[in-house]
Structure formats: C-alpha cells, structure tokens
Design a protein around this ligand. Structure first.
Ligand code: NDP
Ligand code: OXD
Length: 310
C-alpha cells in the first residue's frame, strides 16, 4: 500500500485533492487527519503541518511543500532523517512574486503615497521627479524568485544588485555573495527587497545593525518570511527616519494580530501573505511527476538541501 497524505487549510484541501486526482485518478489520497493506517503513507504534500506528526509514518519517504518555502518543514524537530524534501518551482508563482515586488518598488519610487495625500487635499502639486537610473535596488536572495524580480527591475532601468549565499552571475546585475559581502551590498541599496528563505542563517537578518547599514531613508520590502525581520528594530528605524517606509507581506505572527503597530503605521503597507499564492492546478503536474520519480527511484525535482534548510 502506498498513499499520499494531504495536509493544509481545510478550505483548500479539497481543491488539492481534485487537481491531483484529475492527473492520477488511481492515486490513494488521504486527507489529514483521516490518514488510515500510518504504515500506508509514503509521501506527504503539506503546508504548515505539525512537523512532529511526520514521525508517525514509518514508511514516509518524501515531503512536498505546497509552496516555494520549506521553513515550515524545518521547524523543530525538522523532517525525519532520511526523508527527502522538495518544494515548488512554478512559473505562475515566480511571475506573481515579481509583480508584487515591482508594484511595491514603483509605488514607493513614484511617490504614490505622497500623490494620494495631495489628491485628498485637492492640491495640484509636483513632488521631486524620481530618478530611476540612480535608484539602487538590492535584492536579498538570487534564487528562483529573487533572480526573476532582479532581472525585471533591471529591465525597468533601476541599478540592481543581488546578494546570495554562493557567487552568482546575472546579466546587468551586480552580485554580492556571502556574509562578508552583506554590508557592502547594504551600503549601496536605496530599496531593499528580501526574498531569502528562512533558515538559521537568515533568521532576524533585517535587524538594527543591517537596517543602520542602509543609506538613510532607504525603503524595505519583505515578501519572504516574517522571521527575517526584527520587528521592534524596524519600527525604531521607521521612527528615526533611517528607514523611510516598508511594504511587508509576511510577519512573525500570521495572521498579523489586530493590535500590531504595523496595521496602522503611516509608513507601512501591510498585505496578508499574498505576494505569491500557490495555484494547485498549476503545480499539480510537478507533484505527480515527483511521486512517479519517487516510485521509480529516479532523481526528484526541486530538491531541498536538508543540510542548509532551503
Ligand atoms: P530559492 O531557494 O530559489 O532561493 C534562495 C536564495 O536565497 C538563493 O539565491 C540563496 O543563495 C539565497 N540564500 C539562502 N541563504 C542565504 C544566506 N545565508 N545568505 C545569503 N543568501 C542566501 O528560493 P525562492 O527564490 O524560490 O524563494 C525564496 C523565499 O521566498 C521562499 O523561501 C519563501 O520563504 C518566500 N516566498 C514567499 C511568498 C509569499 O507569498 N510571500 C511566496 C513564495 C515564496 P544561493 O543562490 O547561493 O543558494
Ligand atoms: C511560499 C509562500 O513559500 O506562499 O510559497 O509563502
């Protein structure tokens, strides 16, 4: 017996089941918590499932994240030893994230908040003209999402740089790599975009020290994970004017609690973790493909390096 465990928000579980079953009607899909005998489960497609539960399935061999990020699978105790982890890489996910980043960059760059405030006062007034070619954008993370956003920003004419763990070469983009390059990268960045995975090495990376290393008045966009930001440090930097504003899609606590200061902060734009939403129909083929590869012992797609956590 070989069954697939499906576990996500109850409201999307049925959509996932339908899309996977449409591609492989013979697939034995078990919707958590109705797992049947735990010995049957050989793979799981999951989002925010309690990680300790994965240890209950003695024949589990593969964990498939329902998103690009896998930090939810690495929360203690992490994936059971010997279980492979894969994530989603999907054209629609990538396009949507770049749209989010471009929107946030352009809204700030074209002083949208300023013009809305003038409109509210019926004031016909010019603000200083934005200068695209001298605006320096820095993208943290040059993976699937960061590289696409960086390329699209460069096409618009911004001066784009990116920072990654290992060295990268991208046409028209200045690249920085490793911890020693972080501060030089920050020092040349007017608009900072975070598209890093959340790992022990990147947790709290947007903190007082790194925010202070940006030029005064820099703008911050975080569409990666809430755990990248030390929220009190960002609030203090906004208060002091070191950071002129922020667009935040992700938060340490989600949903963002109603009394959280970000909700009403005049310099903060909040969105509810929607920068890029997985569309089950679009990603179902790669899930089915990976299940086939698992069965046949072929190399899996979009494998996560368990030793670094992304
Ligand atoms: P990838 O794994 O493709 O890319 C990760 C990038 O981050 C790589 O360039 C990697 O460097 C770099 N990186 C990792 N660790 C470090 C480090 N310690 N120092 C410097 N650079 C580092 O991920 P994706 O681009 O697909 O996704 C990025 C993240 O976006 C996801 O993990 C997820 O958290 C978030 N996300 C958010 C969504 C939302 O709706 N808000 C939707 C989808 C994803 P290297 O190239 O050297 O490996
Ligand atoms: C993801 C997300 O990681 O939606 O895909 O956050």
């Amino acid at each position: 017996m070989s069954a697939l465990l499906l576990s996500t928000k109850p409201e999307t579980m049925e959509v996932w089941r339908r899309e996977l079953a449409a591609l492989d009607p013979g697939l034995d899909i078990r919707l958590f918590p109705d797992t049947g005998p735990v010995e049957d489960i050989t793979a799981a497609v999951t989002w925010n499932h309690p990680p300790e539960d994965f240890f209950r399935y003695p024949n589990l061999r593969l964990l498939i994240s329902m998103g690009a990020g896998v930090d939810h699978l690495f929360r203690p105790p992490g994936p059971p030893p010997g279980v492979a982890v894969v994530r989603l890489v999907d054209r629609l996910l990538t396009t949507a994230m770049s749209e989010y980043v471009l929107l946030a960059v352009l809204r700030h760059h074209r002083q949208d908040a300023g013009y809305r405030a003038l409109q509210a006062q019926r004031l016909w007034q010019e603000l200083p003209a934005p200068d695209t070619e001298s605006t320096r954008i820095g993208v943290m993370g040059l993976g699937t999402l960061g590289a696409d956003a960086a390329r699209k920003l460069a096409l618009l004419g911004f001066r784009v740089a990116g920072w990654s763990r290992t060295p990268k070469t991208l046409d028209g983009i200045e690249t920085f790599a490793g911890p020693e390059a972080l501060f030089p990268f920050l020092a040349r960045t007017d608009i900072l975009v975070c598209l890093l995975p959340l790992t022990p090495a990147t947790e709290g990376i947007l903190c007082a020290r790194t925010l202070a290393a940006l030029p005064r008045g820099a703008y911050v966009i975080n569409a990666a994970r809430g755990g990248h930001v030390v929220e009190e440090d960002l609030l203090a930097a906004l208060e002091s004017g070191q950071i002129s504003g922020a667009t935040l899609d992700v938060f340490r606590t989600e949903p963002l609690p109603p009394n959280h200061p970000f909700w009403t902060h005049p310099k903060v734009i909040v969105t509810p973790h929607v920068a890029s939403i997985t569309i089950p129909r679009s990603v179902a083929p790669q899930v089915i493909e990976n299940l086939a590869r698992l069965r046949e012992g072929r190399p899996l797609l979009n494998v996560v390096d368990v030793s670094v956590g992304y």
